[in-house]
Design a protein around this ligand. Sequence first.
Ligand SMILES: [Zn+2]
Ligand SMILES: [Zn+2]
Length: 361
Amino acid sequence: MKGKIAFLPSAHKIEFHEYEVPPPPAGGIIAEVTQTNVCGSEVHMWRGEFGGRHGTMPGHEMSGRLLALGDGVKQDWAGAPVKVGDRIAPVYYSVCNRCVNCVRGNQAACLNKVISGRHPDDPPHFVSTFATHYVVRPNQHFYRVPDNVPDIIAASANCAMTQVYWGLDRARVTYGDSLVVLGAGGLGLHAMAIAKARGARVIAIDGVDQRLEEARKFGADETIDMRKHPEIDDRVKRVRDLCNGFPDVVLEVAGVPQAFADALRIVGAGGRVIEIGNISPALTVPVAPSTITFKSIEMIGVVMYPPHYLKKSLDFLAAHIDRFPYREMCDATFPLTRAAEALERSDRRELTRAALLPQEG
Ligand SMILES: [Zn+2]
Ligand SMILES: [Zn+2]
């Protein structure tokens, strides 16, 4: 049986490679990719910002169908029995569980993470998700997707949602806290829903009508339109009015350096700032470090998550699938062969959350 996988050799170029689908590794599985999302990192890859001259293997958010089980696999990583045909979602990387950070319980900062590969020619070929098939390695967590969670939603759990879940936990967001979310994109909406379900008061800041509207549907108690409050001093004042003082936690998921500087201004003394959105090493912003000192700000940087957090996200989705409009989160689907169009239109911001359906066409 042959399968197909995409490769981006350089900016704005895509190739499709075909290989024999390998047998499942002992302790691992082979899945058919039923849905994979165009996440922000794929757009960065499309622009040629990652991977240099070697090119990149796009795709990390997926849900799929279990096609073959390797020797010894009888359960997912939460102990649920699995069989061929089950719907599953894998964590898109594996951790070593032995390095200093893993041993301390911060597997998100594992020093030996394995993510994807360099080129699809290298066996087992199917290690990124813009593909018809995907190899889940022996030490890579995967979980059965709850019956009431559609593929389209499960796919976004294994990146955006789980990362903010971990971020909110690290910032100890709980009942009675006030949380300001800078940026109402996918990460922001997931964070609002989780924080709202915990009983936090949620304030969203963005400058696009549709995103402000979605923020309210995903649990924001209040929204602040950046177009009406273009000055940071205005926004700080507005936040203070809305939460009767300063907020406890500010989450930066706007992804621009200025938003990081804004977060330091908006958060209250003794508050926590979660930084997730900024991922481009070349982009900088001037800040006064003394702000962090004098306000006793706790800074929390978050990339990825401990693998078992994917299970928490899937459980959260199963419990809240009807409370928040998750089904509306994806605004366009494409067959795998039209991945270039999905990437190009996402890059031009014509689409906010596009998905590929590799089993179709
Ligand atoms: Zn490790
Ligand atoms: Zn992602």
